[in-house]
Design a binder for this molecule. Structure first.
Ligand SMILES: Cc1cc2nc3c(=O)[nH]c(=O)nc-3n(C[C@H](O)[C@H](O)[C@H](O)COP(=O)(O)OP(=O)(O)OC[C@H]3O[C@@H](n4cnc5c(N)ncnc54)[C@H](O)[C@@H]3O)c2cc1C
Length: 415
């Protein structure tokens, strides 16, 4: 994908380098923060994105609960819905072989959507650009230095440039560059990863507009249709199991898929995947500062197991919230940071409780490490992205002795 027409790619006509707020990362969280700031304040905003978006994206499914957030961002509902595929139901073989189908018709909210992430991210970015946010893309982040103002050093092609900002919002997803650089305490509960195979057009059964989930001894499979006639099939497991079962080898991954009942029947009919990707999908939350010249939103602040389908909604709502925190800090010297950080911790705590009861519904493999760890009977297994060790939990999450643990990131490097 090319950079958006309005993007500042660092060429000879590169724009101003002095901003009130620099946002790192132009996913849904970063774009929502930029849109909110530009729609409701006069602050000068730059949105820095390190790369052009990958057309092969997980194929997120979102519920109708996302629509009020999209409304808040001022994006017309019809414009939003037209590029995505309606999602009518969720089918799961979880806790038994039989497929249980939950039709969204009966949830009182209506159907959800299988997102075209490229279209979704591009739409939000266009909106931010039209409202006057400077889109700096693609740009490699070299360093962030604190002083009276932040200096954000970038490389764009051959050229180096430095943006100056009074406030920084970290929306860099799971890279969480500021969270790491500022050595913010992070609670990470697991080491889950997802291995995705992206397929071209498939038969009618796989194209049913619903998600399909099926558990195995080592994790769970997920299948979702993608807009444009493609299908994503993923296996979620722990990083250790990925290595033990060699699941990054497409042939080993396929054999594991074929051994499952419902997913296996569909995968058997598919030709070779167009693309094969691995993603980190562990759960974590950062203890953000109560009152500082930076904050974080989206996955950089808290990330969730994909089974929860919380990520995109959280990215938009926390992006909006972080924009308000930044505005209050710049206009009044603070006031909203403590409430924001506490609401993130509370949200994460309630998510952990719900996730534990969901995983407890699967009792067929009591000896399997993957299920034991999620039932709270396994060893503490969290580890920081920088390799730092797990410590007993001093009150951020559930009690020590559960499968949760706290990690302090110590890295001072940007990457
Ligand atoms: C496999 C998988 C399945 C998922 N399924 C679902 C689902 O069904 N439903 C759901 O709601 N959510 C789902 N999620 C979660 C969802 O994708 C994320 O929660 C969401 O994308 C978070 O948005 P974000 O803007 O915080 O981060 P991201 O979308 O990760 O965006 C961060 C951006 O920051 C950029 N960036 C990173 N580092 C830098 C840097 N140093 N400088 C500049 N830019 C940088 C990245 O390139 C990226 O564009 C899933 C996630 C995965 C991985």
């Amino acid at each position: 994908m090319a950079a958006p027409a309005a993007a500042d790619t660092g060429g000879p006509h590169a724009g101003e380098d002095d901003y009130d707020v620099v946002i790192l990362g132009a996913g849904p969280a970063g774009a929502a923060a930029a849109i909110t700031l530009r729609r409701h304040t006069r602050l000068r905003v730059a949105l820095v994105e390190r790369r052009l978006f990958d057309p092969f994206r997980p194929g997120e499914t979102v519920s109708a609960a996302l629509f009020p957030l999209v409304d808040y961002l001022g994006i017309a509902r019809a414009r939003f819905e037209e590029r995505h595929l309606q999602s009518y139901a969720h089918a799961a073989a979880w806790g038994g072989d039989a497929l249980v189908v939950r039709d969204f018709l009966f949830n009182g909210q209506g159907s959800g959507l299988h997102l075209d992430r490229l279209a979704f991210d591009s739409m939000l970015l266009d909106e931010a650009g039209q409202l006057g946010a400077r889109i700096v893309q693609p740009a490699e982040l070299l360093a962030i230095t604190a002083g009276e103002r932040w200096s954000v050093a970038l490389r764009q092609g051959e050229r180096k440039r430095t943006l100056s900002a009074a406030y920084v919002i970290d929306c860099s997803g799971r890279s969480s560059v500021m969270v790491r650089q500022q050595q913010c305490a992070v609670l990470q509960t697991d080491r889950m990863v997802g291995v995705y195979a992206y397929y071209d057009a498939v038969d009618g059964r796989a194209r049913l507009q619903r998600t399909l989930v099926e558990t195995t001894e080592h994790g769970w499979f997920y299948l979702a249709p993608l807009p444009g006639g493609r299908t994503a099939v993923a296996f979620m497991t722990d990083a250790e199991t990925l290595r033990t079962l060699d699941l990054l080898d497409p042939e080993a991954w396929r054999r594991h898929a074929l051994a499952s009942t419902h997913i296996g029947a569909l995968v058997r009919e598919l030709a070779a995947p167009q693309a094969f990707r691995q993603y980190p999908v562990h759960s974590r939350v950062a203890r953000l500062p109560a009152n500082a010249a930076w904050t974080a939103a989206g996955d950089a602040a808290a990330s969730f197991d994909p089974v929860s389908s919380l990520g995109i909604g959280h990215a938009l709502s926390s992006g909006i919230h972080a924009a308000r925190v930044a505005h209050a800090y710049l206009e009044q010297g603070g006031g909203l940071g403590e409430g924001y950080r506490q609401s993130l911790l509370d949200h994460f705590q309630s998510y952990v409780t719900t996730r534990r009861s969901l995983y407890a519904n699967e009792q067929r493999w009591p000896g399997a490490g993957f299920w034991q760890r999620r039932a709270g009977t396994g060893a503490v297994c969290a580890q920081g992205q920088d390799g730092s060790r797990t410590r007993p939990n001093p009150g951020l999450g559930p009690a020590a002795g559960s499968s949760e643990g706290v990690v302090r990131t110590r890295s001072t490097s940007i990457k």
